[in-house]
Design a protein around this ligand. Structure first.
Ligand SMILES: NC(=O)c1ccc[n+]([C@@H]2O[C@H](COP(=O)([O-])OP(=O)(O)OC[C@H]3O[C@@H](n4cnc5c(N)ncnc54)[C@H](OP(=O)(O)O)[C@@H]3O)[C@@H](O)[C@H]2O)c1
Length: 328
């Protein structure tokens, strides 16, 4: 079978498509014939050589897929060969066949396309967990999202109205992406730069921001603290720039503002509480099946097109969510 392989840290020059053996499921696992794989920034960070991502090289990226069950391992119940599924494999999802834990594999309901479903196991499930779980979103909250123009940013814009609605403010790295964020559902979006805190505060209507979702390491943390409303929650869930991170705020500052700073990791949850991640995947697919949730995706034609898409993501030129057609 064909698989995308990153042979060494660096850029597109180290990305190859290779013939490799198809994996067989072990106990509690399924193998999936992949129709689509979602692209995620974590694969760009891995390719870039950020620490803590690739245990070894060559590395096989790809963390969310859709397709049909090819084989089921011992002890798996509720999934059968031929079922349409979405799954969060540990990795190696940019391939024609992938292994996934059954706990992180969910049936795709009728009426949901496999292209849409490929954006669920990491992207939409993370967006749901950031709001619903880590962020304790309640209807009417004002939410600030950094990197609003990307995959997670656009997913959050779709989910907030379904969770009861609230004012949605985004930041982006390039001015031209602000318009796209507004088109995706943000009430206001600003390019990061001078005057950002004032712009965010004004957009929040004076009271401040109830929930900040921040994947920028600690680069924007000072701003987050500055614009947070009393009792505000700040969820740190990435380090897009890949640089060193600063210390977290002093206790006195958190106490004075009644603020919460918390972390979120999809990978951590998959390892330590897969049932919570599995529930989020199922919940999002359920919302999609009722027609209440649709996330527009840009479909790429094949594994050969992935390296260029990773380039665009790395350079901050990408917009919205990308899925790649792997087989068919
Ligand atoms: N903790 C978790 O479990 C988890 C799960 C999924 C995603 N994430 C994080 O959430 C963020 C969004 O993920 P995504 O897959 O939807 O990707 P994405 O938003 O489609 O792409 C990543 C975006 O990061 C921004 N960025 C900021 N600083 C950057 C830098 N120095 N170099 C390159 N890009 C930079 C760029 O947008 P702007 O310049 O417009 O901001 C870029 O478009 C990523 O940071 C990712 O690591 C975390």
């Amino acid at each position: 079978m064909r698989a995308l392989v990153m042979t060494a840290p660096g850029g597109a020059e180290h990305t190859e498509i290779r013939e490799v053996g198809a994996p067989l499921p072990g106990p509690g696992q399924v193998s999936v014939d992949v129709a689509y794989t979602g692209l995620n920034f974590v694969d760009v960070m891995t390719r870039r050589g950020d620490s803590a991502y690739a245990a070894d090289w060559p590395y096989r990226p790809g963390k969310e897929v859709s397709g049909t069950v090819r084989a089921v391992g011992e002890g798996v119940t509720g999934l059968a060969v031929g079922d349409r599924v979405a799954a969060a494999p540990v990795g190696a999802g940019l391939a024609e066949v992938v292994l996934a834990e059954a706990a992180l594999t969910a049936p795709v309901p009728d009426g949901v396309t496999l292209a849409e479903a490929a954006a669920v196991p990491l992207g939409l499930a993370t967006a749901m967990l950031l709001l619903d779980d880590a962020g304790r979103f309640t209807a009417g909250d004002t939410v600030l999202v950094h990197s609003a123009g990307g995959g997670i940013g656009s997913a959050i814009a779709r989910l907030v109205p379904l969770l009861g609605g609230g004012r949605l403010i985004g930041t982006v790295g390039r001015p031209e992406k602000a318009e796209a964020a507004v088109a995706a559902g943000y009430d206001a979006a600003f390019a990061r730069g001078e005057g950002l805190a004032e712009a965010v505060r004004a957009a929040a209507g004076g009271r401040g921001v109830d929930l900040v979702l921040d994947p920028l390491g600690t680069d924007a943390l000072e701003l987050d603290l500055d614009v947070a409303a009393p009792g505000g929650r700040i969820v740190l869930f990435g380090n897009a720039g890949g640089g060193a991170v600063a210390d977290l705020p002093p206790l006195a500052r958190l106490m004075a503002g009644n603020l919460t700073v918390t972390g979120f990791s999809h990978r951590g949850l998959a390892a330590t509480a897969p049932e919570r991640l599995g529930r989020a995947i199922g919940k999002v697919l359920g919302l999609m099946s009722g027609g209440g949730l649709a996330l527009p995706v840009t479909e790429l034609p094949g594994l050969d097109s992935v390296a260029a898409a990773h380039d665009a993501m790395e350079q901050g030129r990408a917009l919205g969510k990308y899925v790649v057609r792997v087989v068919g």
